[in-house]
Design a protein. Structure first.
Length: 308
């Protein structure tokens, strides 16, 4: 006869032996995505006038000495009057078009692109769009490996995603996590940002900016752009620009070097509980017209401040 104590011990050992196998089966293997995607991911090294580095990017003075070797500049040594910063990016066509963040290359004197095989190219800034924080570069090369932007909008909260980039100059670092939320609107110095950001808990740090965010199909679903942090490092609040926004911006930058947008000339705010009660609504819903631009399309259409 088996005692209850012995039976409990046997069950515990059985679960302990089976659990690692179940955990391993439930976690995805990212190695194929890394192998296929890494050749098209690039490290971007930027030279700035003395005393200026791209917003959100570490310069050499901020990097610990034991990490500075990862920033080794393989071309002619830059003049002492200049400062270097870095970021990430990825090739989107075999003829050398590269996507990155605007804040990575903003104000740059020169931009150097380094491939995984250590080839280096001087890059031309084709165009930038500060509002979406996107920039399009081009290098004089053909036959480059490239990545495809996701063509649908099927990304879901809870889905696995993967980032490849160069945080603090550590080339081709891979981090993974899940989609935490979709359509996040983040405030900027100019007000609300129109980009519907993808929020993830992927570990993103300075130097990851401009790198790709992949889904499990190996498609690029976003461009890593921002983090919320008090320490300067990742705390699990990362934000990526959706592929749908990237496609639209890239097309305009390729065609005209800048982005033009339609406008309504209206400022709105969410209807909260207090506003809903004041307007006699059953529940908070809709938007309140807070302000109109004089002579703008919204004003000409007959909208009035206070409309819901």
């Amino acid at each position: 006869m088996i005692s209850s104590k012995t039976l409990s011990t046997v069950l515990f050992l059985g679960i302990a032996l089976v659990a690692p196998g179940l955990s391993a089966q439930s976690l995805p293997d990212f190695s194929n995505i890394v192998d296929s995607g890494s050749p098209a991911v690039v490290k971007i090294i930027v030279e700035h006038p003395a005393g200026r580095a791209a917003s959100g990017q570490p310069d050499m003075e901020q990097i610990p000495e034991y990490l500075r070797r990862f920033f080794e500049y393989r071309g002619e040594a830059p003049p002492q009057r200049q400062r270097m910063s870095m970021g990430s990016g990825f090739v989107i066509s075999e003829d050398g078009f590269i996507v990155t963040n605007n804040h990575v290359v903003d104000g740059a004197d020169s931009v150097l692109v380094r491939m995984i095989d250590r080839r280096e190219f001087e890059a031309e800034v084709v165009g930038t769009d500060p509002r979406s924080d996107l920039a399009l570069l081009r290098v004089a090369a053909d036959g480059l490996p490239f990545l495809r932007l996701e063509t649908g909008d099927a990304l879901k909260v809870g889905e696995w995603v993967l980032a490849i980039g160069s945080p603090f100059g550590l080339d081709y670092s891979v981090t993974a996590g899940i989609v935490s939320a979709m359509g996040r609107s983040l405030p900027t110095e100019e007000g609300e940002n129109y980009v519907p950001f993808i929020q993830t808990d992927v570990a993103i740090n300075p130097g990851n900016s401009g790198g790709p965010l992949f889904n499990l199909k190996g498609e690029v679903v976003g461009v890593n752009s921002q983090i919320f942090t008090r320490s300067g490092g990742s705390i699990g609040l990362s934000f990526a620009i959706p592929a749908s926004v990237v496609r639209n911006v890239v097309v305009q930058l390729q065609e005209q070097g800048r982005v033009t947008r339609g406008w309504l000339g209206v400022t709105i705010q969410d209807v909260d509980k207090t506003l809903a009660e004041s307007f006699g609504l059953d529940r908070p819903q809709g938007a309140l017209v807070a302000q109109l631009a004089e002579g703008g399309p919204a004003a000409k259409s007959g909208l009035q401040p206070g409309d819901v």
